[in-house]
Design a binder for this molecule. Structure first.
Ligand SMILES: O=c1ccn([C@@H]2O[C@H](COP(=O)(O)O)[C@@H](O)[C@H]2O)c(=O)[nH]1
Ligand SMILES: [Zn+2]
Ligand SMILES: [Zn+2]
Length: 626
């Protein structure tokens, strides 16, 4: 028994990360709560990650989501082993968005250069691509040339092509589909479909789902002569059918038209929520949150020799899965779903491993992350943030909201072209570019990417009449959020008005429907409501207030006191340039727009100077709050 590669685990001392918070040990007073009970294993069991966005070091400032990729690697190996012991199937799936959100993925010249080798140390059974693999040409090429090759037919990119420099053609990044038989004999046909994304660089092409389903390979796949016991549909799409970006329905309808009773199990993503949606009595879909906070679990039973090739255990852990997808289901399929908190306590509990949890491979991955973080200086402290500032736990105009509290003062102080410093200026950004709350305490190089990970260039139009410029924010906020990416948006904001907080943004709708966000204390967190109700969270949490925020923000600086300027420099991220021009109206064209400071000064570059400027008090003795 020489290490975990042959399936053996022993008590190995954990190499600790340089962490800002301590690890929770099960049973310790610091871990007053945990999973509510064992997972229900079925004949086939899935674990699902999505929207990991480079958070492989775990949440260093939130104990409840503090496991790292090494811990997760150990957990997956142990779960596989458990499945083998039970005589059932186990598949690990990921549904994309691997970059943009943390220093480990974004502090390298090309996103993912350091994080992707670490990510790919875990043996996924099925993966698909997210929109964040397609914004930047170099990243798309990295996925095409390196990871698609590495993952082979497990990487399903049914409607995404990347330009191959060698053949001078757009080619599918990975495989269009995969037909395979599990260890226990279930014959699966799997697809991987990205939503109808339009914000990609010209290094890639995204084929709309409605066009993809007409393609010959797809029609051949759903009309195959081979027996299919289960369709697995992965995709970087929300699972909820009413969602603005859901394209699963299109693919699902095509499959269902041919296979009336075959189960279709769906794994989604992109809207960053915990959610579970029932499509029909033989089809359910899960979405497993974001940023390595959540691990999704779905188990399924109902396979027999009459309806499949399944030859594994009939009742994996002594009891049968009893929950049908719908109350009146006459189909044999029973399921369970659970959203696991991403911490070692959870991982140990579900593998009954306590102090013997760690594996050699897991420890090595943890060590790799620690070394990479050190090499990249991700722990370097730039300031001591005096408060916690959140995106939506307080109203948008509250001083503790990150926009008035940090983002607006930071851009006012830092985003300044010296040659135009005498001009009044207005800076406009999309709120979606600010990705995470900022915690009181040490503000590190890593936190810069956690809060503002994109390389969106500050561009501007000089000397815009103030009466024109001052209308833009209102017009942007009346328009569709991220128009660049979503072709249609069936939910209108007027239909969704909360009497307390006014019109809801799409982001709020997602959160209200699926999830309530984090709280400040260890006992708080997600309180998820999905199609099956409120019993999906593996660890129960209390919710927190979740306030509406608009899609865009604006900040003003250099204004004359007591009056409005005649003209302003109108500054904005290149990501929203097209919409700013549209809302400025006639007379404003793209040739009037240029880089404001220079063409390499981006949304990654204003937070660190601000921390250095404003948060130097207590820098050598900065209290850590978690
Ligand atoms: O350059 C960029 C790219 C993206 N954004 C914002 O991100 C979301 C998409 O993120 P998901 O994780 O896929 O949901 C997009 O709508 C923008 O709000 C950006 O600001 N700049
Ligand atoms: Zn995402
Ligand atoms: Zn996405």
């Amino acid at each position: 028994c020489g290490g975990d590669d042959d399936g053996c685990y022993g008590p190995i001392d954990k190499v600790e990360h340089v962490r800002l918070v301590k690890r929770i040990q099960p049973g310790s007073p610091d871990a007053p709560y945990g999973p509510k009970g064992p997972l229900e294993w079925g004949q086939i069991n899935f674990m699902h990650t999505t929207d990991t966005h480079g958070w492989l070091a775990g949440h260093l400032k939130e104990e409840n989501y503090g496991a790292d990729w090494g811990d997760f690697a150990t957990f997956t190996r142990r779960m596989r082993q458990k499945a083998d012991n039970l005589g059932v199937d186990f598949l690990l799936v990921d549904t994309g968005d691997l970059h943009d959100g943390a220093g480990l993925s974004d502090a390298t010249t090309i996103d993912g250069t350091t994080s992707m080798p670490i990510f790919s140390e875990i043996e996924y059974d099925l993966l698909t691509i997210g929109n964040h693999e397609l914004y930047v040409a170099e990243v798309a090429k990295q996925m095409f040339n390196e990871y698609a090759k590495k993952w082979g037919d497990r990487y399903l990119t049914s409607n995404v092509k990347v330009y191959n420099d060698a053949t001078k053609q757009y080619e599918h990044v990975g495989a269009t589909h995969r037909y395979f038989t599990t260890k226990q004999g279930i014959r699966i046909m799997a697809f991987g479909v990205l939503f109808d994304f339009t914000g990609n660089s010209n290094a890639s092409q995204v084929i709309k789902a409605k066009d993809m389903v007409k393609e010959t390979w797809f029609q051949d796949a759903i009309h195959t002569d081979k027996p299919v016991d289960l369709f697995v549909l992965l995709g970087h799409n929300p699972v909820r059918q009413t969602d603005y970006a859901n394209t699963f329905t299109t693919v699902w309808n095509e499959i269902r038209a041919v296979h009336k009773n075959t189960p279709i199990t769906i794994f989604g993503g992109h809207s960053h929520i915990r959610d579970f949606a029932v499509y029909d009595q033989a089809s359910v879909g899960i979405e497993a949150g974001r940023y390595c906070e959540t691990l999704g679990w779905v188990s399924q039973s109902g396979f027999s020799k009459c309806n499949s090739g399944y030859h594994g255990a009939k009742k994996p852990d002594g009891k049968k899965l009893s929950r049908k997808a719908t109350d009146n289901s006459a189909a044999p399929w029973a399921y369970s779903r659970r959203y696991l908190d991403w911490n070692r306590n959870t991982f140990m509990y579900h593998t009954s491993s306590d102090k013997n949890f760690d594996s050699q491979t897991g420890l090595e991955i943890t060590q790799e992350i620690t070394t990479a973080r050190k090499d990249m200086n991700l722990g370097e402290v730039y300031g001591c943030a005096p408060e916690t500032y959140c995106i939506s736990c307080v109203p948008f105009d509250d001083p503790k909201n990150i926009f008035p509290g940090v983002i607006k003062p930071a851009v006012n102080a830092v985003v300044l072209n010296e040659t135009r410093k005498d001009k009044a200026r207005m800076i406009i950004g999309n709120t979606g570019a600010i990705r995470f709350d900022l915690y009181k305490g040490p503000f590190t190089y890593d936190d810069n990417f956690v809060v503002s990970p994109f390389r969106d260039v500050f561009r501007y139009i000089p000397d815009v009449p103030f009466d024109k410029a001052s209308q833009v924010l209102g017009l942007l906020n009346k328009g569709t959020v991220a128009k660049r990416e979503f072709a249609s948006m069936p939910i209108t904001r007027d239909d969704c008005v909360d009497p307390l907080i006014g019109a809801l943004t799409l982001r709020d709708m997602h959160q209200e429907r699926g999830t309530v966000r984090r709280q400040e204390t260890i006992t708080s967190g997600y309180a998820t409501k999905d199609d099956w109700g409120t019993d999906g969270d593996d660890t129960e949490h209390t919710g927190i207030p979740n306030y509406s925020i608009p899609s865009y923000w604006e900040s003003r600086a250099g204004f004359p006191t007591g009056s409005d300027p005649e003209k302003v420099d109108l500054i904005f991220f290149d990501f929203i340039e097209k919409y700013v021009l549209q809302d400025l109206g006639s007379g404003f064209t793209s040739d009037m727009v240029s880089c404001y400071i220079n063409c390499t000064f981006t949304s990654q570059d204003f937070m660190l100077p601000y921390a250095k400027l404003m948060w130097q008090d207590n820098i050598d003795n900065c209290p850590i709050s978690a």
